[in-house]
Design a protein around this ligand. Structure first.
Ligand SMILES: C[S@@+](CC[C@H](N)C(=O)[O-])C[C@H]1O[C@@H](n2cnc3c(N)ncnc32)[C@H](O)[C@@H]1O
Length: 302
């Protein structure tokens, strides 16, 4: 079945294309809550809500203005849409130059509507922060960003899906792991090791492999099921080292051609790992049956 899923926050790294591959692991068991501690654009939460797979949702992220944006979507989407529209129109009066002014303002006031505007307008919708925590991505000079009317419709549709049953929390992921309770299902999408360690620390906060392993051990101890997106590869480039097999089962997903590689004239396929917690096996998840719905890619077991 096809679902129309809103996606108000343009965010490079959004997992909306993987929604079927992730959500098929929910199986037939009834959970009380989906928790997404590395939410970003919360693509999996929105996809799960549109399929009515969980009665409630918790969206978490360490980036405070992003969570303020989610709170705005949950409580007052029309106000967020008005502010976005005003920023969009403001830039049209003085294209590009005004983008840089709004970016400087955001780096002082951390206004969530400004973050939404910057994400919609910047190169490849890709969030980038410098080591001082300032947003430093450039504007896309060939596009003007999501039209205000489209953005209003997306914000409103996300609000209607999630209102009254969702919470947005600015937090380090470990706090949410510590608060995990029976009836929760976690979807985890931390920054890739390749993008969160070393020189290219594009996100506001990075996450070490050791902390992820500690967190997964904690969820396993509590018997709280999770699906985790982690390492991957594109052509002969590997992003991150696989996690130890005792923490979870690993599936490799062929997510198709990399658009960046295609632009560079290469024909590279991107492979992403999905780690499935062992307790999902015990719960009799119907994953293998439903993976057939994951099109056009096939899954391989490592
Ligand atoms: C790969 S993105 C998630 C993308 C998301 N799955 C989506 O569909 O848009 C990783 C997210 O983790 C957040 N993050 C980084 N370090 C974090 C931490 N220590 N605790 C919680 N969130 C963190 C980043 O701000 C970023 O939004």
């Amino acid at each position: 079945m096809r679902y129309t899923v809103p996606h108000p926050i343009p965010y490079q790294g959004s997992k909306r294309r993987l929604a079927n591959a992730v959500l098929c692991h929910v199986g037939q068991r009834k959970y009380k809550r989906l928790v997404e501690p590395f939410a970003g654009s919360a693509a999996i939460t929105l996809a799960a809500a549109s399929r009515e797979l969980f009665p409630s949702f918790l969206v978490g992220d360490a980036l405070q203005p992003l969570i303020a944006l989610w709170q705005g979507i949950l409580q007052a989407p029309a106000k967020m849409a008005d502010q976005y529209e005003a920023l969009w129109i403001r830039e049209r009066s003085n294209p590009v130059a005004e983008y840089y002014l709004i970016r400087s303002e955001f780096n002082i006031d951390r206004n969530p509507a400004k973050l939404l505007y910057l994400l919609a307008r910047c190169v490849k919708n890709s969030v980038r922060f410098n080591p001082s925590g300032e947003f430093n991505q450039s504007p896309d000079k060939r596009r003007t960003g999501t039209q205000p009317k489209t953005m209003r419709a997306e914000l409103n549709a996300a609000h209607l899906l999630l209102q009254g049953r969702s919470q947005a929390v600015a937090s380090d992921f470990m706090t949410l792991f510590e608060q995990a309770r029976p009836g929760d299902f976690f979807y985890l999408d931390p920054p890739y090791q390749g993008t969160s360690e070393g020189r290219d620390q594009r996100y506001f906060k990075s996450v070490s492999r050791e902390r992820i392993m500690q967190g997964l051990a904690l969820l396993n101890e509590k018997g709280v099921p999770f699906v985790l997106s982690y390492d991957g590869s594109c052509g002969n480039m590997n992003y991150g080292e696989p996690l130890p097999a005792d923490l979870a089962d690993r599936i490799l997903l062929d997510v198709g051609r990399s658009s960046q590689a295609t632009l560079n004239g290469k024909d590279h396929v991107t492979i992403e790992s999905l780690y499935i917690s062992r307790c999902l096996k015990c719960a009799g998840s119907h994953a293998p049956l439903l993976l057939a719905h994951y099109s056009p890619q096939v899954s391989m077991f490592a």
